[in-house]
Write a new protein. Structure first.
Length: 327
């Protein structure tokens, strides 16, 4: 009897070698690879990048341990985005996170199979980045905001602050396709406000000084800066040049933080934090085409009181009551 039991035990022990691996020991968790395609620089997008990393951390991901992020930065040179997107595709990442119409288009052109998450995009449907917000189709999803309305609001804030304003210069990058829906909306808003809006184009930082000198020569009363990778990456320089020409200027929220007069727009760090949720769902098996595109829900107005003082401007109480002033 003892021999029979011993033989039975030995047979069971030997059979264990044939059990599936998960039954004997838990497999190491696969490290996911995220490609991050940035149009500017890590420094210029520090707040947005912090929001994305925080979103991943909130979901339990540990950078360098459970996920690896491959960063590619265009440093404000939009023409480099296709090359950098192709590099990420060749590195075999599981998902690509990017922002802005040029970055998203570059990622779409580089791959039709790797999921793409739009951390922030202006008018994704109007720009043709997705088929629709509810059913994006293809391999792209993420978050969007309506840039024309944001730009129009910046004009309204300037007219509230500067009574008698008749002409506002519009600084933009002519090479950015996002301008196509923005400029017509701005012209409609400007007409309703009784404003003239001459356009001043810049393709690189080397053209900034000339553009502001041209605004001063035309004697525009203020300037609105359109969100663009090149302009965002060089926001402190843009704000400084506007101040040197004594031009009240308005742009995205962080533009006011670094020296611009008024900032209005979406909360970009929050949008990048939400991008982590899309990444998480995709890594867990969801398909981009089944994830509806989200609209931005957090907006903020910032007035830089130091810049206002330097320009000799009194900010109306009504404007201050609806914003977060800087010191």
């Amino acid at each position: 009897m003892l021999d029979v039991r011993r033989r039975h035990f030995i047979a069971m022990l030997g059979g264990a070698a044939a059990w599936p691996l998960p039954a004997r020991a838990q497999q190491p968790h696969r490290v996911a690879r995220i490609g991050f395609l940035g149009a500017a620089s890590a420094t210029g997008f520090a707040n947005q990048l912090s929001g994305f990393r925080q979103g991943l951390a909130d979901l339990g991901y540990i950078e360098g341990t459970t996920i690896v992020i491959e960063y590619r930065w265009a440093l404000g040179q939009i023409a480099r985005l296709p090359e950098l997107a192709a590099e990420l595709v060749r590195s075999n990442v599981d998902v690509i996170v990017t922002h802005g119409t040029p970055g998203i288009l570059a990622a779409k052109q580089a791959t039709a199979t790797i999921p793409i998450v739009m951390a922030a995009s202006g008018d994704a449907e109007a720009s043709g980045l997705v088929a629709s917000l509810a059913r994006p189709g293809g391999n792209v999803t993420g978050s969007t905001f309506f840039n024309p309305e944001l730009a129009a609001k910046r004009f309204e804030l300037l007219t509230e602050t500067l009574p008698g304003l008749t002409e506002v210069g519009l600084l933009l990058n002519p090479g950015n396709p996002i301008n196509e829906p923005i400029v017509p909306m701005i012209k409609l808003t400007a007409k309703a406000l009784g404003l003239e809006v001459p356009l001043f184009g810049v393709h690189s930082p080397a053209e900034f000084e000339g553009a502001f000198a041209a605004m001063a020569a035309k004697r525009v009363g203020a300037a609105v800066i359109i969100d663009d990778a090149t302009l965002i990456a060089n926001a402190p320089v843009v704000a400084k040049l506007a101040l040197q020409q004594r031009l009240p200027s308005s742009g995205w929220p962080d533009y006011a933080v670094v020296g611009g007069f008024i900032g209005y727009g979406v909360n970009f760090p929050d949008m990048f934090r939400r991008a982590a949720t899309f990444v998480d769902r995709i890594l867990k098996g969801a398909q981009p085409t089944d994830l509806p595109v989200e609209r931005a829900t957090k907006f903020e107005t910032i007035v830089n009181l130091k810049t206002a003082k330097a320009l000799g401007l009194d900010v109306p109480t009504a404007t201050l009551s609806s914003c977060a002033p800087t010191r």
